[in-house]
Design a protein around this ligand. Sequence first.
Ligand SMILES: [Fe+2]
Ligand SMILES: [Fe+2]
Length: 285
Amino acid sequence: MTPFELSWAGGTAERHFRARRKRQQVDDFPWDAVDLAAYRPEVIEAAQASWTEGAFFEYCSGATFAAVARALLEAGAPIDLVGMVGDFVADEMLHVELNARMAMAFGGAAPRLVDLSDLVPACTPGLSPFHTAVELALRIGVAEALTVPILAEVSRASRHPLTHAVLAKLARDEGPHAALGLLVLEWADDRLTEADRARLAVAAEASMVSYRVDRARVAAQHVPMEIAQEMSDAGFAVPERYVATLDRAMEQRVWDPLSAFGIFPPPPCSCETPGMRPKKIGENA
Ligand SMILES: [Fe+2]
Ligand SMILES: [Fe+2]
């Protein structure tokens, strides 16, 4: 049993916690603007699958933020930090809606089987709530940090008003999500041992595994010039831009900031922990 005590982190967490959730104006997006006659059938089919997959990955993100919030609560974390993470769950539910509506705009969702009992990345077994909170926050923070610049890139490339609006909205929301891992590390820093930091490096790398898989897949793609804009308008990344953006994000948005906490890339082949659920951000997010 421990005393009932509260604390306050201030700064970014406080601002998010205090910000009143504004009514999201997503109903004003031009949901009827997709002219299916302007797309090849294979692009439409791929878009349906991709946006459907995106909706499920957003659902997984919501579940992961909920798990982080619970672990932070059990670890006695600052209440505004917990409140901010709770807010992110609601963001992700909005993103589920946006992805689902995009699939519908492209003619309907693609059939997909999911396991709702397996939504959250696996943590190192046997950790305390404190260490679970830090590891899970880092796992989702890394994934978000890689997703943000990809979303921004695809949003810029899309000339379609609906696709552009949805991707821009997602990119705006994911920015604060991407900061979570570092905010939790700031809170936890003076309680982390060298062994903890080494374990967190492996966890960060585990979150990048699916992105590396996607990078290899996308790098091998060749999109003919004549359909490149059509693909961008449906929400797909241009392969060369995707690869360059992801490479830059891994260095500048993941390892550079983590190195300030003594968390460095682990030696090759030490990333055996289960990866973050594959997130095919090369297609959309
Ligand atoms: Fe999201
Ligand atoms: Fe997110």
